[in-house]
Structures are given as C-alpha cells and as structure tokens.
Ligand binder design. Structure first.
Ligand code: COA
Length: 167
C-alpha cells in the first residue's frame, strides 16, 4: 500500500539520461554505504540497452524520490535495482513501484521476477519477502563490499496466474 501523505501527487515516468546525476545522488544517500549504489554508468547502460527504467517524482517540485530498473527476459523479468530517497523511506514507495512492475509483468505474461540482494540488506530483504519473493539460491562473492566481497541471495517471485504458479 502506498502510505505517503495523501496530498503528495506523484508523476511516474521513464528514466532519461538527464536524470542520472540526481538519481545517483539520491541512491548514494539512500544506501547504507555508497559502494552499494549504482554508478552513473550502470544507469546509462541500462537506458541504452532499453531496459524498463522508471522514476517517481514529486509532481510539484519534479524531485525524483525513487527509481526502479528491470530487464525483460523471454517470459521473466529481472529486477536490477530499486532505490527510494532516504527522506521517503517507510512510506510505501518501493512497494508501489514493485506493484507497477508486477502489473507490467502481468501485461507481458511474464511468469517470474528474479532479483539479487545482499544478505546484509535487511530492509530490502524484508520488502521482498513481504511481497512474496522467496530465496532460491546464493551467488558467492557477487557484490563488492567494504572488505572483500559479499554474496548475493537470489530471490524469485512466481507471479499469480503465470505458467509456474503451481510450482
Ligand atoms: C529497500 C528500499 C528500496 C525500501 O524502500 P521503502 O520505500 O522504504 O519501502 P516501503 O516503504 O515500500 O516498505 C515496504 C516493506 O519493506 C520492508 N521495509 C521497508 N523498510 C524497512 C525497515 N527499515 N526495516 C524493516 N523492513 C523494512 C517492510 O516489509 C515494509 O513493509 P511494512 O511497512 O508493511 O512493514 C529502501 O530502503 C532503499 O532505497 N534502500 C537503499 C537501496 C537498496 O537497498 N535497494 C535494494 C537493492 S536490492
């Protein structure tokens, strides 16, 4: 449920190259460590590759408060990144963006959404678990970390009504 104050109006639109500096700054502030945030090049290459990349902005100020990037597969979607501005944490914005992604998956008849998450990212893991994602694997030493590297938990959501729903 989107719990942001009801007087705030949102605009959801595609991410464009002119947004990248603002999005990177927003995400670096949102993450527990700047190393965990995407780089400008990550966003640039996602736009150029044609991935689904959306931002949510405050309608009045135009300020970007959240970003979500996903890559389409044949009958599945890979969530590559999601971040919400620190000032807006806990207001249901990530949940709202993931609901939009899920509706889009439904329209495309995608069966599953995949993602990776750091074991140390308690907030994100709680978000995904609450939305019905399950842990299905581990990629060892996947992410750069403050010291060495950190594993990634692979999570999957089987979409209701999709071909795998009875897995
Ligand atoms: C993870 C992140 C995207 C969550 O965004 P958010 O808008 O604050 O999340 P929501 O308000 O939509 O919360 C939805 C659910 O997530 C979980 N959650 C969110 N914040 C949490 C917190 N601080 N502690 C525990 N669970 C939390 C809860 O299950 C919550 O549901 P509830 O409020 O009914 O309990 C945000 O914290 C963020 O931008 N983090 C930095 C970037 C990042 O880690 N991205 C994920 C990469 S895999």
């Amino acid at each position: 449920m989107d719990r942001a104050p009801s007087n705030v109006r949102w605009v959801d639109r595609p991410l464009v190259e002119a947004d990248i500096a603002a999005v990177v700054a927003m995400e670096q502030d949102a993450c527990t460590h700047a190393l965990h945030a995407w780089t400008p090049e990550n966003y640039r290459s996602s736009i150029r590759a044609g991935y689904w990349a959306r931002v949510r902005c405050e309608a009045e100020s135009g300020q970007i408060v959240a970003v979500c990037v996903a890559m389409d597969g044949f009958d599945e979607v890979h969530l590559l990144n999601i971040a919400v501005a620190r000032a807006w944490h806990g207001q249901g914005l990530a949940r709202a963006l993931l609901a939009i992604l899920e509706a889009r998956c439904h329209d495309r008849q995608a069966a599953r959404i995949w993602l990776e998450v750091r074991p140390s990212n308690v907030r994100a893991r709680a978000l995904y678990t609450q939305l019905g994602y399950e842990s299905v694997g581990l990629r060892k030493q996947y992410y750069p970390a403050e010291q060495g590297r950190e594993d990634a938990i692979v999570m999957r959501r089987v979409l209701p009504g999709g071909p795998d729903a009875l897995d």
